[in-house]
Design a protein around this ligand. Structure first.
Ligand code: ME8
Length: 521
């Protein structure tokens, strides 16, 4: 069976996950659900990055032990993922024994084979990003190029990972594997970064304690990125004595994807593959870097006070509209903006008007004119019929091409073009006029079948993004959940449909003025 392994970044436990990080997880969930529908045995991993100075500092501020802080945050994050309908197969935490034991072994192995060596680090460090920075990377000599915050000076004995040794091999690998880093613009950024020459990476710290101690020299803790990146293997049981998942999903797997935000591209595109090369683990993954969810004012930030938490939106407007909005608003690799105004507009137009109305109008007509049952027609009755069938096939093809490459926005655009085509087909065929003419009963039945087929196909395609909505629509079409499969993603896959007597309102229209009054958005 074809397999697919999909990972999110693991989230820092220093604060609650907001709508921006949630985007990473929701996008990976969409990708995972898409692959499952497509027949892949899919393993979807997410988790928490629980070590490091930032978390130690946060715990100190709250007068808690780091462990109790990360326990709390892990619990609330796992709960959040349940509420967001995230279908992860595992939730790895870097403070777990199954993880840190292997990280220690990885470190010792790299040390023993000379890929890690002891030296002294003197330079600049960004605590929020847990990143060592070279002089050339700093903005105005002291600010982090990624988050813009002021860096600190550190001088300490440190272990280093020999990056230079692998630089050429990595560059060659990237050039020979065009899909390794996507999208293209990000790949080019990585190539030019490597071409400037890599400096060996400092991989341990002595100035704080909250981390995994180096086994052979415990005054050092392992630098968080070496610790964190390893989660993608430790979760699969790599080197644990029980590595069935590792063999199945990595070594012998069909597809492996790491999905990350653009800000952590370098760690995944350079340090991680070099670690794997040093460990002689085959590079099986493709790396997809997504953009950022921005607010009107730019970045979300606690100090500006514009941080949006996903459950605020879900509690007001439901889960699927949020998942839909985030996925539809972000184009591959670029940033997207979250505003309530735009959210409500998309909700009203795409969901309430276009999709919701199509479903409820069609089901009502099937009840009114056909006692709720339609059968597959054996003939075409209108010039539009064949065109509609062709349109369905084209949309499915493009949707799959788009979703395969993480271009969800393009894929959903296609799906909505089919929703639009279905609504237009109603205007063209005028079913209520056909209903009045006894000679047109077969034509009417054919029109309604084609409409239901368009809805059914749309339902399968939106299922990765809006799983609850897809289940409801399928139920309304009188089909059980086994019909949610790409095996039935074509016109005519179902012969008969007996629809529900009373369609529910899937998306109740919102009034922007009222929402502004209610919530002051
Ligand atoms: O970077 N829009 O953790 P993290 C979209 N622990 N994505 C966003 C975002 C936004 N506004 N804000 C954050 C870390 N993200 C490390 C990862 S992986 C081995 C270790 C994304 O909690 C960000 O781009 O700071 C990143 O992909 C993810 O959330 C985790 O961020």
């Amino acid at each position: 069976m074809k397999t697919c392994y999909i990972t999110t970044p693991i989230y820092y436990s220093s604060g609650n996950v907001h709508i921006g990080n949630s985007y990473s997880t929701i996008a990976c969930d969409v990708f995972s659900r898409y692959h499952r529908l497509n027949g892949y045995d899919t393993f979807f991993l997410t988790g928490m990055d629980e070590h490091g100075q930032k978390i130690e500092n946060a715990a100190k501020k709250q007068q808690k032990s780091p462990q109790s802080l990360v326990d709390e945050i892990a619990k609330s994050t796992e709960e959040l993922w349940k509420n967001l309908n995230i279908s992860n197969n595992d939730f790895i935490r870097t403070s777990e024994e199954r993880h840190y034991r292997i990280v220690q072994a990885i470190f010792e192995r790299l040390l023993a084979q000379g890929d890690i060596y002891l030296g002294e680090y003197e330079g600049d460090y960004c605590v929020p990003c847990e990143a060592f920075l070279t002089k050339t990377q700093l903005v105005n000599e002291k600010f982090c190029p990624d988050c813009g915050r002021e860096t600190i000076k550190v001088k300490e004995e440190s272990y280093f990972l020999n990056l230079k040794k692998y630089e050429k091999r990595l560059l060659q690998y990237i050039k020979e594997h065009p899909h390794f880093i996507q999208p293209e613009t990000r790949k080019n950024e990585v190539i030019s970064f490597i071409e400037q020459g890599l400096e060996d990476l400092c991989v341990s710290r002595t100035s704080f304690q909250w981390g995994i101690p180096v086994l052979s020299n415990p005054k050092h803790v392992i630098y968080v990125w070496i610790d964190a990146l390893s989660n993608y293997l430790t979760a699969l049981g790599y080197q644990s004595g029980n590595d069935e998942l590792y063999r199945k999903y990595w070594l012998e797997g069909t597809k492996v994807f790491h999905i990350v935000g653009k800000d952590i591209l370098r760690f995944h595109a350079i340090y991680w593959p070099i670690m794997l090369m040093a460990l002689e683990v085959p590079l099986r993954f493709e790396l997809i870097a997504h953009g950022w969810i921005l607010m009107k004012e730019g970045k979300m930030s606690k100090s500006i006070g514009n941080v949006v938490y996903p459950m605020d939106v879900v509690n007001r407007y439901g889960l699927d509209p949020l998942r839909f909005y985030l996925i539809k608003e972000m184009s591959l690799g670029n940033d997207g903006v979250f505003t309530y105004e735009r959210f409500i507009e998309k909700y009203n137009v795409d969901l309430a008007n276009d999709l919701g109305n199509l479903v409820s109008r069609t089901i009502s007509m099937v009840n009114k004119y056909q006692q709720g049952i339609v059968y597959k027609p054996t003939a075409t009755y209108f010039s539009w019929d064949q065109e509609v069938e062709g349109k369905i096939a084209d949309v499915i093809q493009t949707y799959q091409n788009d979703f395969n490459r993480f271009a969800f926005q393009d894929g959903l655009q296609e799906v909505w073009s089919l929703v639009g085509r279905a609504n237009k087909y109603i205007d063209e065929t005028i079913p209520w006029a056909l209903a009045k003419d006894p000679n047109q009963q077969k034509a009417l039945q054919s029109v309604l079948y084609r409409l239901l087929e368009m809805i059914r196909v749309v339902t399968i395609m939106i299922a990765p993004v809006m799983p609850d909505t897809a289940h409801i629509i399928l139920e309304e079409l009188g089909l059980d959940q086994t019909h949610l499969s790409f095996l039935e993603l074509q016109y005519g896959a179902v012969d008969t449909m007996k629809v529900t007597e009373k369609p529910i309102v899937l998306f109740k229209r919102l009034d922007l003025e009222e929402e502004i009054k209610k919530y002051g958005i």
